[in-house]
Design a protein around this ligand. Sequence first.
Ligand code: PLP
Length: 419
Amino acid sequence: MAQLSPQLKQATPVVATHGEGVYLYDESGNRHLDFTAGIGVTGTGHCHPKVVEAAQAQVGKLIHGQYTTIMHKPLQELTERLSGVLPAGLDSLFFSNSGSEAAEAALRLARQATGRPNIVVFQGGFHGRTVAAASLTTSGTKFRAGFSPLMSGVVVSPFPNPAHYRHYGWDVEQATDFALRELDLVLQTQSNPADTAAFLVEPVLGEGGYIPGNERFFAGLRERADKHGILLIIDEVQTGFGRTGKFWGQEHFGVTPDIQMFAKGIASGFPISGIAASEEVMSKAWPGSQGGTYGANAVACAAALATLEVIEEENLVANAAERGQQLKSGLQAIGEKYSQVQNVHGLGLMVSVEFSDADGEPDGATSAAVHKAAAENGLLLLTNGMYGQNVRFIPALVVSEEQVDDALAIWEKTLASVL
Ligand code: PLP
């Protein structure tokens, strides 16, 4: 009998039969509080009635209309609708199916638009699993090991992550000074500006541990990019569509990219992703160099339109900010009782609890034990961080105050039993 490959071993023990809002149900009728949201995808909750209705209606009209063959109505409408939420000037859109493909598209475009080979990425970043996207990823060796040679032309510079420099006693300001100085060194010694097509960065390190960037760091990137004609690519795959308590993660830091990637939260679980850039930049990609059979599938576009409506109608961006604050302060209060809880990181509804051992080193074994016990107690979570040392909370943006309280109660009970 066929079975899933060992790499697809599930992080939680649930065999889901259906989902509703922030809950998943299994065959035995158990209800699980899902604070994973399909890794930050089902922002409107599982099976939001409006999304279901829109997708069902579209299936009966047109399922697929390949976008370099025909234009279809949902794609036309989605393109218009996205221009209302994207940063001004990023009004030329390319669509694909996954975050990794968006990373590939951004990379191709940056190289084509500048005629330069190198991409500077930031330590702890995650951009996907295709060979090119993995080459741009530095949030853990598991994403890169064993299938070298990776793509050349990738240069790594520090992200202002104080957790990395804890043993030096550095705070965010010191980590930011260091990151910007190192970037200048990188531009002098490893990737001359004339060879550098782009900086590629996440607003909040996602797989890297839910470590937010900051205003000064992003201003420094923007300034250096402008000075040297380097394109700034911001990967909003995990942070977009309200996840951080603002529509885009970049809004926290007052920065606008030249190329923006998006995916996950756009369509409540239907696979669709893309990049946005100015027409001037996008027109440097020649016909045929960006495309694909399935990009901007009609049902996914219809689901995305309904998702955007729900985000607006239900004020989900504001809810993410409020519930995120509630979650983070609740986790901080609980964490204060335990020496193993090193820190609570995050922004909006991307929150992680970092575990460390007696020497202050990242402790993936403890986070794995806590994560497993939480699932047994009915709270589904994920881990992240370069060493798997964090347990992360990424519920749907529709999560209510009571549901956050329920999750905190399960978390408290779980820590009391494991630590
Ligand atoms: N970029 C970021 C910031 C992500 O978080 C992810 C996935 O987690 C990706 C890119 C890759 O997306 P996908 O898994 O859809 O290829």
